[in-house]
Unconditional design. Structure first.
Length: 91
């Protein structure tokens, strides 16, 4: 039931948007869970944990942005695929 639907949506998200976006989504879910835990149950989170979370988030966002930039610059060549023509050795 619900577990198989969750697994299917995870797989679809990775196929459509890539693993970096999926990781950002799952990390966002964990951050929201941590914030609710702090607000509702008054749990404490250390500064080191917050800084580590921020570091990972920035790293993932930078990686995704770089990948999008590379994909955009490679697709600006007009979209024409060039086929390799074998050399015959003749002038």
């Amino acid at each position: 039931g619900a577990a198989s639907f969750g697994a299917m949506t995870c797989q679809l998200t990775v196929r459509v948007f890539g693993p970096a976006v999926f990781t950002l989504l799952m990390m966002s879910r964990q951050v929201m869970s941590m914030l609710l835990s702090v607000l509702i149950y008054q749990h404490t989170i250390s500064i080191a944990s917050c800084l580590s979370l921020l570091f990972v988030a920035v790293l993932l966002i930078a990686s995704s942005a770089r990948r999008v930039h590379v994909d955009n610059t490679s697709s600006t060549d007009g979209g024409s695929e060039q086929l390799a023509v074998p050399e015959t050795g003749k002038p």
